[in-house]
Ligand binder design. Structure first.
Ligand SMILES: C[C@@]1(CC(=O)O)C2=NC(=C\c3[nH]c(c(CCC(=O)O)c3CC(=O)O)Cc3[nH]c(c(CC(=O)O)c3CCC(=O)O)/C=C3\N/C(=C\2)[C@@H](CCC(=O)O)[C@]3(C)CC(=O)O)/[C@H]1CCC(=O)O
Ligand SMILES: NC(=O)c1ccc[n+]([C@@H]2O[C@H](COP(=O)([O-])OP(=O)(O)OC[C@H]3O[C@@H](n4cnc5c(N)ncnc54)[C@H](O)[C@@H]3O)[C@@H](O)[C@H]2O)c1
Length: 204
């Protein structure tokens, strides 16, 4: 498996099945701005609510071939393994396809993930134990706290400024190395001091 972070903003996602797994996958997709359509003769109340609120489209029927035409990403999440396998086999050469009932089918998996500002941590066990992935993610979320999120924001700001400096690239690399030193994680004063020193660079 090749790890890849994908921008889902505005992407057409089709989910077949309307149970709790379809709902979990839908929630994370809509929070990333994806356009989700759920196709299932029956859907759980949570999905029904999302449809009523206009956050997703819902087709209360079995899927038809045409439903997949414009899809960027398809999730087969019915409770019928054979149906999930049929959908997967038909589409996996042309689209991103996740088969929720079989780790060996489809062409992608969703890792457990954790976001803090620009920091995105993901962990996958390749289906060995989704629960372990979740446990590791929860352990990380205790370590990478709000302060760490702010530290990553500092790195973003500092890196942008360093890239624009009119200095040799070896010197830029040295500065990029400098800011990943522990002392910037622990102290906001050190971060501010570094940014203040950077300002003096082009004027020297
Ligand atoms: C990380 C997470 C992300 C997410 O779903 O967003 C995720 N599963 C989560 C939870 C979870 N899944 C399952 C349980 C019950 C315990 C158990 O069975 O172990 C729990 C625990 C719970 O729900 O608490 C059961 C399960 N999962 C899969 C199968 C099918 C199979 O194994 O073949 C079955 C058996 C179904 C059955 O037999 O009925 C398959 C997949 N699940 C994956 C991801 C991918 C592999 C990622 C990896 O291994 O690292 C993969 C391959 C495909 C995919 O779905 O992407 C999410 C964490 C939620 C969170 O972050 O809060
Ligand atoms: N990937 C994961 O993380 C994970 C975790 C747990 C379970 N699962 C698997 O995901 C699948 C779904 O689990 P669930 O708990 O959401 O099931 P569920 O029983 O809650 O929901 C199944 C849904 O599929 C719909 N459905 C059934 N046949 C259909 C068809 N032919 N076309 C369209 N919709 C159809 C039903 O109406 C229902 O809405 C199961 O195979 C389960 O083993 C995956």
């Amino acid at each position: 498996m090749y790890p890849l972070n994908i921008n889902m903003e505005g992407k057409e996602c089709v989910i077949i099945g309307g149970g709790k797994i379809a709902y979990r996958k839908t929630s994370s997709l809509i929070s990333e701005g994806a356009m989700v359509t759920i196709i299932s003769p029956e859907v759980c109340p949570e999905i029904e609510n999302l449809a009523i609120e206009g956050k997703i489209k819902r087709k209360k029927r079995y899927p038809l071939e045409d439903d997949f035409k414009n899809a960027f990403y398809v999730i087969a999440a019915t409770n019928d393994e054979q149906i999930n396998a049929e959908i997967t086999t038909k589409l996996e050469k042309t689209k991103l396809v996740l088969n929720a009932s079989s780790v060996d089918k489809g062409n992608c998996h969703v890792p457990a993930s954790f976001k803090k500002g620009k920091l995105l941590l993901t962990v996958s066990t390749s289906g060995a134990s989704p629960m372990l992935a979740k446990k590791i993610r929860d352990q990380w979320s205790a370590v990478y706290d709000d302060n760490f999120g702010k530290y990553v924001d500092f790195l973003y700001e500092a890196r942008g400024k360093i890239k624009q400096l009119n200095i040799p690239s070896a010197r830029k690399k040295h500065l990029l190395q400098e800011i990943i030193d522990e002392k910037y994680i622990d102290s906001m004063e050190n971060r501010q001091f570094f940014l203040a020193v950077l300002k003096t660079f082009n004027s020297c």
